[in-house]
Ligand binder design. Structure first.
Ligand code: FES
Length: 204
């Protein structure tokens, strides 16, 4: 595999061909925030919080570090003014959906987000897809999926599969950046269970 030389935040970084900017940055301890990235999953590019600025052939672009492959002589800025601005806006958007999420609150503090200017519509899910993709790609069960489209899009357990597969797994719970998933699963589980008041009385 050939070696690629690039510059990240002013540092010369040696990376392997095929690596992403995120992976190359991590090899030298440069921190880029992520919310939908997981090393066991295919890159997805949903949250965009990993946005960085790249300069190549004299032009600058904003790209998702978890998707963008390293290139020879690429110049990457992980904390430029533009990058900070876009991360702040993304955090505001996500906080409008998941105001209680600790990971978002921590990032908001780090990036100086003091108010959320977007209409608050708490759904407690930022649609990072970690749970959906982990269940499909790692567990190969597809017990949880996206339902609906546009602003109605959300994740939901598939009761027929979840009732068999999820009870002893729940590996996706710890992946959820907003902790929404556990509540969703419990709700689904509750809906699937027969209400005690309707259970037939056992014959004595
Ligand atoms: Fe790169 Fe979410 S971590 S888009």
């Amino acid at each position: 595999m050939s070696e690629i030389l690039l510059q990240i935040d002013g540092r010369e970084v040696k990376a392997e061909e095929g690596m992403t900017i995120l992976e190359a940055s991590r090899t030298v301890g440069i921190d880029i925030p992520t919310l939908c990235y997981h090393e066991k999953l295919e890159p997805y590019g949903a949250c965009r919080i990993c946005t960085v600025e790249v300069e190549t052939r004299g032009r600058t672009h904003l790209v998702a570090a978890c998707l963008y492959p390293v290139e020879e002589n690429l110049v990457v800025r992980t904390r430029s003014e533009k990058v900070i601005k876009i991360r702040k806006m993304l955090l505001e958007l996500m906080l409008a959906h998941a105001p209680e999420a600790g990971v978002l609150q921590d990032l908001a503090q780090e990036y100086g987000v003091r108010e959320v200017r977007f209409e608050k519509e708490p759904s407690f899910c930022i649609l990072c897809g970690l749970c959906v993709r982990y269940c499909a790609e790692v567990k190969k069960k597809n017990a949880i999926g996206f339902v609906d489209r546009g602003v109605r899009r959300e994740v939901s357990f598939i009761p027929e599969i979840a009732s068999k597969e999820c009870r002893n797994c729940k590996e996706c719970f710890s992946l959820c950046p907003t902790e929404a998933l556990q509540a969703r699963f419990l709700l689904t589980e509750a809906l699937m269970s027969p209400s005690p008041s309707f259970e037939p009385k056992s014959e004595e």
